[in-house]
Design a protein around this ligand. Sequence first.
Ligand SMILES: Nc1nc2c(ncn2[C@@H]2O[C@H](COP(=O)(O)OP(=O)(O)OP(=O)(O)O)[C@@H](O)[C@H]2O)c(=O)[nH]1
Ligand SMILES: [Mg+2]
Length: 400
Amino acid sequence: MQVGIVGKPSSGKSTFFASSTLIDVAMASYPFTTIEPNKGTGFVRVDDAGNFFNVVSNPKHGFLIEKENENIRYVPIELIDVAGLVPGASEGKGLGNKFLNDLSQADALIHIVDASGLTDEEGKATQGHDPCKDIEFLENEIELWFLKIIENNWSKFGKSHEKDYRKRIDLLAQNLSGVKILERHIEKVFKELKLEEKMFPDWSNEDKFEFAKKCRKYSKPIIIAANKCDMPSAEANIKKMREKFPHKTIVACSAASELALRKAAKQNILKYYPGEKDFEIIGEINEKQREGLETIRKNVMEKFGGTGVQECLDTTILKVLDYIPVFPGGTKSLQDKEGRYLPDCFLMKVGSTALDFAYMLHTDMGDGFIRAIDVKTKQIIGKDHILKSGDVIELMFKKP
Ligand SMILES: Nc1nc2c(ncn2[C@@H]2O[C@H](COP(=O)(O)OP(=O)(O)OP(=O)(O)O)[C@@H](O)[C@H]2O)c(=O)[nH]1
Ligand SMILES: [Mg+2]
């Protein structure tokens, strides 16, 4: 799973990336600090299944935070931070949109908006910029990127008079798989735009654009991180964005605050876990440091219930993309050969079945599937059984 971090220059994309991955990357107040993309591991926060069994899990990937009987598990996902995008990029403005290809493999996008209004549309310092405009232009540029990809591929299938719309969906899926537009996305778009009856040569330019827009919506859903919420001017702007776009997911966040807290926690100055609403100072610090941290506590944590960075990641994966954590485990033992409890946790799309889980673990497990056991209830489940969040599943399969 990959999440792309997008936005205009200087909105705080690299700061958001660094705060989630603790990877050192260039961050600065001038536009186009980032040109080559940064890739790294961020985490999604889920309830650990070990809590149900009263065991402390030992994740092979990601990590666990122990809290009184409700340990929290952080499951890895891939993040990619790309160059800034400016209005008109599709016509070559700024760095153009060539770098958008860096986002081809993303399953969702987090749009980092500078909610303080202190940078203009090109990322230069200003005052009173309306961030609602950034939301509109960015979506539009991504849609135009998709349209271009569709038009570039049109010559390969556009003349086909294929009557069977399923075959037409197949053709599109083959040609658009490079940007991860999948069959299920196209199927949904066909239905909504009633394209089942329309042969390719009859598609108007508007049909193509509408198709591109919907493909964007399903294959690269966007959530909005209203960043720099620590700045006094942000609050009114966040309210305005929420009023103007009531159907969009908008999370107030302060990437700079998260970065400061994560770094201080790494140096054992603080006890702070990503996604928590507060932190505790545990190390020796000077007055200036204390002042900085207390400002974060007052202006960000108390006001917004946390820095919002972890919330952006969790919302993207668990609410927008609708993934749930599922753990492999056994009724006899929850440990692997090395004695680790519940070492693995996988993120599965809502609606996934026991058979999907088997196939995800190994083709042989899927091919040889006999039955599965819900380890929490000890009930036997069949291949079509739909998995729930937090399920621990044991698989029985015929070895090839
Ligand atoms: N006050 C405040 N400043 C922030 C926050 N996040 C980032 N900044 C500042 O905004 C400026 C730009 O940050 P970057 O992370 O480099 O922005 P970017 O979007 O990656 O910029 P480009 O790579 O040039 O597109 C830096 O000076 C950051 O310190 C935040 O949450 N609050
Ligand atoms: Mg950057």
